[in-house]
Design a protein around this ligand. Structure first.
Ligand SMILES: [Zn+2]
Length: 301
């Protein structure tokens, strides 16, 4: 699944290609793409609009239009964005991925025709990707209801991590995957951030103390920035779960590296399943925190 680094890479690549272009035609071929709303009225609304910005929040891509509305897109598991010149093979945005045949025309879900004749295409073999057209003023509330703080902004601080984690008994791995706390982190970068922070993925989130908030903050930022430097390289969980591995794993410290040596201490990396997700960590140098107990009241005799 594309995580923040890959979605941001796509955003950076797409922005100079489409900003300033007007949408000359819109074709939505899969009604699931705009669910629960029907696609036809959305396609009609898009035609004639100029694209004025391409932004991102968490894993959402935000295409700003000249009437103040926003076409919000989420790639989910296997969504792709491509740009096609007529008569030529489409170019896919983002880092290398190992999805099988994911950008083939038969997986086309939506297509925006730009005023220079090029086509912005959304393909998705597994059909979980979706889009919403939000009216002016709707974007903020939409995002606030779904995602939390942006990790590569000044908003994310050790103190904020401590506040969000306070009282939470969920394991740190699940805590990081919960988009309502910190947005944009998925299965890969959660593992990478926890390894950098030297924190065990099963530690209860609320058991962290100040030094752990600081370590986790540094770990999140470093892992995501490393991902961005690598062009948002990401592997596909689907292939991962079938035991297939690709060249992308070379980038990771622990993710997909079960049985290999920890790059920090040399212990063998373990794989466990947390909340249904493959989780990789070093059992030697990632500290398992104990659940914090409230101080006991003294009982008077
Ligand atoms: Zn280690």
């Amino acid at each position: 699944m594309p995580e923040l680094p890959e979605v941001e890479t796509i955003r950076r690549q797409i922005e100079p290609e489409v900003v300033g272009r007007t949408i000359a035609g819109a074709h939505i071929l899969d009604e699931r793409w705009t669910r629960p709303l029907p696609p036809a009225p959305i396609a009609a609304r898009l035609v004639g609009r100029e694209i004025v910005s391409v932004g991102r929040r968490g894993k959402y891509l935000l295409v700003g239009l000249d009437d103040g509305s926003t076409l919000l897109m989420h790639l989910r598991m296997t969504g792709n964005l491509l740009l096609a010149e007529r008569g030529e093979e489409a170019r896919r945005f983002g880092g290398e991925r190992l999805y099988e045949s994911s950008s083939e025309p038969r997986y086309l879900k939506a297509e925006l025709e730009l005023d220079d004749g090029r086509l912005l295409q959304f393909t998705d073999p597994r059909r979980f990707g979706h889009a919403s057209l939000l009216e002016p003023g709707e974007l903020g509330p939409y995002l606030d209801a779904r995602i939390g703080v942006e990790p590569l902004s000044d908003e994310l601080t050790p103190e904020l991590i401590g506040r969000v984690a306070e009282g939470r008994t969920a394991p740190l791995k699940s805590f990081l995957l919960d988009q309502r706390g910190i947005a944009g982190i998925g299965n890969i970068y959660a593992d990478e951030a926890l390894h950098r922070a030297e924190l065990h993925p099963l530690s209860p989130a609320g058991s962290m103390r100040r030094e752990h908030w600081e370590a986790l903050h540094e770990g999140i930022v470093a892992a995501l920035e490393e991902g961005l430097r690598n062009g948002g390289a990401s592997i596909d969980d689907y292939r991962d779960s079938r035991g297939e591995q690709g060249s992308m794993q070379d980038e990771f410290l622990v993710h997909t590296r079960a049985g290999e040596e920890c790059p920090r201490c040399g212990e063998r990396i373990n794989r466990i399943v947390v909340g249904g997700r493959s989780t990789y960590f070093c059992p030697a140098c990632q500290v398992r925190l104990r659940r914090r107990r409230r101080p006991k009241r003294r009982v008077r005799p």
